[in-house]
Design a protein around this ligand. Structure first.
Ligand code: BDR
Ligand code: CA
Length: 314
């Protein structure tokens, strides 16, 4: 499966990318970066370093530095560390540079080069995907799929992590998210409903570390700061897997229970960034706000043990 990884690394982004690049099911075509966990220059440096460390020879393209029509946010250094990759300090300068094209252009070029073959895995704010659609709306009919981490639909009590109703990736650019959710391409959504069910606890992370080699040491090392945040803020003895689920869904959809129906994003007001689905067959009169748009697959449940076993390679 040919994929473009759109990301704001970010500890869980890095852990997702590492999984993706170690699985034979995926052929990574490019990494595109976006504002989010930190400013776009910092996350682009992180992506370039990760690509070098993982031995990848794919383009890394810098993406949007701000949401479509709002000011850039402050990022989440308290979650991901001052540089975005936990306690890691990167060499300066790096021995790689970004592709000269903006991220949206790389997305358009690759989708056009491989019609109906490219899956977009998006694990940050959705600004780059919205910009790609704006520049070339026909790509919606040319992608194989979009698998994204974002949103929260209230299943199992999972509502928001940035407000009582909003998840971070969506709240970072609600207008872009609504455009991506309503565009005529096949979208699967992995929200907090499932990503907060998959907890990599300290023993699991220690086991990843004990697997040895550079990957084991990297995974254990990069996750420590993120783990401390989860312990402080959520009383959790581990971390939420978040972004890895968008990757795992792309290769193993059988591990998820999906609910179908159009999805909209609230843009503004008290519920800014809330994601809402009208499930197919929902008993209310049809309205253009919902029924003009295609059904999305929202993950409402997950085989937690299956996901953890797959990620660990067992
Ligand atoms: C999402 O927000 C970011 O902090 C993580 O990388 C993940 O993509 C979780 O809400
Ligand atoms: Ca992310």
């Amino acid at each position: 499966m040919k994929v473009i990884f759109d990301t704001d690394p970010g500890v869980d982004d890095a852990m997702a990318l590492r999984f993706l690049t170690r699985r034979p099911e995926f052929e990574l075509l490019a990494i595109t970066t976006v504002h989010g966990n930190l400013d776009v220059d910092t996350v682009t440096r992180n992506a370039l370093w990760l690509a070098g460390w993982m031995g990848l020879s794919v383009p890394v393209a810098r993406g949007a530095e701000a949401p479509l029509c709002r000011d850039a946010g402050r990022g989440a250094p308290h979650v991901h560390g001052a540089g975005g990759l936990g306690d890691l300090t990167l060499p300066d300068p790096l021995d790689r540079t970004a592709d000269p094209r903006p991220a949206w252009q790389v997305i358009v070029d690759l989708v056009r080069a491989y019609p109906h073959q490219v899956t977009l895995i998006a694990v940050g704010p959705l600004t780059n995907l919205a910009l790609a659609l704006r520049h070339d709306p026909a790509i919606a009919g040319l992608v194989a799929g979009v698998s994204l981490m974002g949103g929260a639909f209230g299943m199992h009590g999972h509502t928001g992590n940035m407000s009582p109703v909003a998840e971070a990736n969506i709240l970072s650019d609600p207008e872009a998210a609504d455009q991506v959710m309503t565009a005529p391409w096949p979208v699967s959504i992995l929200g907090l409903d499932v990503t907060q069910q998959v907890v990599m606890d300290a023993a699991y992370l220690d086991r990843l570390g004990a697997q040895g080699g550079a990957d084991g040491a990297f995974l254990r090392g990069v996750s420590r700061f993120y783990q401390a945040f989860h312990e402080r803020s959520r009383g959790l003895a581990g971390i939420f897997a978040h972004d890895s689920l968008a990757v795992i869904h792309a290769m193993a959809p059988h591990l998820f229970t999906l609910r179908h129906g159009p999805v909209r994003v609230v843009c503004g007001g008290l519920a800014d960034g809330q994601t809402i689905q009208k499930p197919d067959g929902f008993p209310c009169p049809p309205t253009a706000a919902w029924d003009a748009f295609p059904a999305r697959a929202v993950a409402v449940d997950v085989d937690v043990a299956g996901v953890l076993a797959l990620y660990a390679g067992t």
